[in-house]
Each structure stands twice: as structure tokens, then as C-alpha cells.
Design a protein around this ligand. Structure first.
Ligand code: NAD
Length: 370
């Protein structure tokens, strides 16, 4: 029996609770078949928390998240809350968690599983075998920099201001996450900015180069302007392995990379904080899709992204590489067998709902564990 690992589960809104249910079944399966137990707690976040407590991220949720080894997050938001003022919106739930837990490194894999090669908008040959990881800085840069706001000028016209600002420390800590990843993967890292026109870009390039030279001489580091990177991702995505970017460029490039894989319902993510002296770090895992209000409650959501987020949790927070890989393989085998939720249907495949997809993954896990 492995020691208890404390996971806070935050299903949230819309399809969040539906896809989380399928992860819970995997967790029960692991308890039964792999003799791994987790100490699970469930908390409130997003619209559900707003209705119950008046806050999209109540203090209690933050405290529990701080006390957990890992947070498994569903999704938040929906049309019911769309007319609320900005500071009340369910989406603030995730922003507060990221801030309170100091989660500065967002890891987004873009992986094309062989059975889904045709789901991409690019030609199969361009994306077949694609497996890249975008590391996005997620607590700094232009989304948080001051000054920011909209002001009215003396001439009565309005002016909007955002500020791109990065300190050396902010760049260095996310760069180390990317270098560590590159070391574990192919040993290649592409750092992305606009050093040609932005001062933060110049500093970014300098700091990443210094760290590479001093601490990771074995990693092959290259630099690329963000606009070129967007173009290269569409033209020759397989040239990349780990891509490091600031908040704004990372946001855009990771969505672009997600589109290369063809389905939102398949993509997980992790957001990590800094390790403490014992190596423990706060971490939150979530699918990249939102609460999908258009299909919520219908039992047709694809649970794979949530399951694969759990696999990332096992790998990154608990070092359980074998179990993580087992879940990933089970998902791929189900897809190869032709079962699909509506969002990833292809010619000759059978359409199933959320729980049948979950059943199929459990069956594959049974076979893999036999
Ligand atoms: P979305 O990702 O929720 O949905 C986009 C489209 O993809 C929809 O047609 C949806 O049905 C489909 N889709 C998404 N996930 C799917 C899945 N697992 N299976 C099958 N189909 C799936 O994005 P949106 O519509 O722009 O946003 C809806 C709500 O979610 C908004 O309130 C938004 O603010 C919120 N949101 C939350 C998060 C988060 O919680 N981290 C992220 C993005 C959006």
C-alpha cells in the first residue's frame, strides 16, 4: 500500500463534474487493482461556489488547496454568470488559486495520438507523431503588470493601458522548469519572445541564455521570435520538443498547438509552483477546455482530457510514471478500437457518451494490469 497522497478535487461547473466522475472511477480502480490509495477531498470553485458561498473561490477552498499535495480541477463558468461584474465571475476562481498557490509554470502538452491523426486540420504527415510541450509563464507579464486600466483623457477620449513586465527571477524560475523538462525529454528547448522589439524580450533571451549556459549545458537551447514560432508551429510542428514562453505569447501559442491536435476534449495541462526545500511543490491539473455549457448535462462530454490531467498529476506530483503511462495507453487503445465521443468522431468510428468512454478506459486498464 502506497502512503496516502492528498488530492483536492474541484469539479466546478458545466461538464466539470461529469468528466470528473470518470476520473473518480479510475481512482477507485487504482485502489482496487494497483493498491494505491489517495486521500481525496472535494471542494467548491467557480459558479457552484459562488452560489453556495458568494465567492468563486472561497477561503476554505484555498486553505484546502494549500494543504493538498495536488489539486485536480475541472472547469468553471457558464452563461448563467456571464452578466456578473468581472470581480464576481466564476473564472476568477482559477485565477485566485493560481495566485495563492504561486503556480507560475503552465505545462501544456500537444500530443497527437495515432488514432486521432485525422482530427487535425493539418495534413496527417505534418502532425503524425507530434509530441511537444509548451511551458508558459502564468503569473506575470502583461496580464498582471501595472499600470493597467482604461482612463479618460482630458480631450474626452479613452485610453487603455497594459504593461508587460518581467523580473529576472520570474524568467529564471520558469526557465528552469522548461530546462528540466527538456532534459527529461529530447534535450532540446526553444525559448520564444520578441527580443527584436520588446525590452522584456531582450531580458528574457539574456536570462534564459545565462541559465542554459551555467546550469544546463547539455540542453540544446535555441531562441525564436514569437511570430515566427506561430508560423513554424503550423508549418513544421515536429521540429519542436519543449517550447518556453511568457504569459501572453504562451497563451496564444499553446492554443495554436492545441488546435494542431484537433480536439479540445483530449488535452490536459499542469500548472506548477516552486519546489520547497523538500522538493514538494504546489500543483494544479486541469483539462484545457472550459465548462462547455452547450453540452453540459447531456452525458456526451469527452472525459479524456480530465483523465489525462489526472495522469499528469500522477507523473508530476507523485512520480508515478508507470501508472500515468498506463492511463495514457488505455485512452489511446480505446480510441484505436474506434469508440469516440461526439467531438472526436471520424469515419468508421462508433459514437458513445461520457460514461461508456469511461467504461472502455477501465476495461483497457484491466487488460494492461493483467
Ligand atoms: P469550452 O472549452 O467550454 O467549449 C468550446 C467548445 O468545445 C464547445 O463547443 C464545447 O462543447 C466543446 N468542448 C469543450 N470541452 C469538451 C469536451 N470535453 N468534450 C466535448 N466537447 C467539448 O470553451 P467556451 O465555450 O469558450 O467557454 C465556456 C465556459 O467555460 C465560459 O464560461 C468560459 O469562461 C469557461 N472556461 C473555463 C476554463 C477553465 O475552467 N479553466 C477554460 C476555458 C473556458
Amino acid at each position: 500500500m502506497t502512503a496516502n497522497k492528498k488530492i483536492l478535487v474541484l469539479p466546478g461547473d458545466g461538464i466539470g463534474p461529469e468528466v470528473m466522475r470518470e476520473v473518480r472511477r479510475i481512482i477507485e480502480w487504482m485502489d482496487r487493482r494497483r493498491h494505491v490509495s489517495f486521500a481525496m477531498e472535494e471542494g467548491q470553485v467557480g459558479g457552484a461556489a459562488l452560489e453556495a458561498t458568494g465567492s468563486p473561490c472561497p477561503d476554505e477552498t484555498v486553505e484546502r488547496a494549500l494543504g493538498a499535495d495536488a489539486v485536480l480541477f475541472g472547469s468553471v463558468g457558464g452563461p448563467r454568470w456571464d452578466s456578473l461584474p468581472f470581480e464576481k465571475r466564476p473564472e476568477l476562481g482559477i485565477l485566485r488559486l493560481r495566485k495563492e498557490l504561486g503556480l507560475f509554470a503552465n505545462l501544456r502538452p500537444a500530443l497527437v495520438m495515432e488514432p486521432l491523426v485525422d482530427a487535425s486540420s493539418l495534413k496527417p504527415d505534418v502532425v503524425r507523431g507530434l509530441d511537444l510541450m509548451i511551458v508558459r509563464e502564468s503569473t506575470g507579464g502583461i496580464y498582471f503588470g501595472e499600470p493597467r486600466g482604461i482612463e479618460t483623457l482630458p480631450n474626452g477620449k479613452r485610453r487603455g493601458v497594459d504593461t508587460e513586465v518581467y523580473t529576472e527571477e520570474e524568467i529564471a524560475r520558469v526557465a528552469r522548469v522548461a530546462f528540466d523538462l527538456a532534459k527529461k525529454r529530447s534535450g532540446r528547448l526553444t525559448s520564444v519572445e520578441k527580443a527584436n522589439v520588446m525590452q522584456t524580450g531582450r531580458l528574457w533571451r539574456a536570462v534564459v541564455s545565462e541559465i542554459g549556459k551555467a546550469e544546463y549545458p547539455e540542453v540544446e537551447l535555441s531562441h525564436m521570435y514569437a511570430d515566427n514560432c506561430a508560423m513554424q508551429l503550423c508549418a513544421r510542428p515536429k521540429q519542436f520538443d519543449v517550447v518556453l514562453a511568457g504569459n501572453l505569447f504562451g497563451d496564444l501559442l499553446s492554443d495554436l498547438a492545441a488546435a494542431l491536435t484537433g480536439s479540445l476534449g483530449m488535452l490536459p495541462s499542469a500548472t506548477l509552483g516552486a519546489p520547497d526545500a523538500s522538493g514538494r511543490r504546489h500543483a494544479l491539473y486541469e483539462p484545457i477546455h472550459g465548462s462547455a455549457p452547450d453540452i453540459a448535462g447531456k452525458g456526451i462530454a469527452n472525459p479524456c482530457a480530465q483523465m489525462l490531467s489526472f495522469a499528469m498529476l500522477l507523473r508530476w506530483s507523485f512520480g508515478m510514471e508507470e501508472d500515468a503511462a498506463m492511463i495514457e495507453t488505455a485512452v489511446e487503445k480505446v480510441l484505436a478500437g474506434g469508440l469516440r465521443t461526439a467531438d472526436i468522431m471520424g469515419p468508421g468510428t462508433a459514437r458513445v457518451g461520457t460514461s461508456v468512454m469511461g467504461d472502455a478506459v477501465l476495461r483497457e486498464l484491466d487488460k494492461l494490469a493483467a
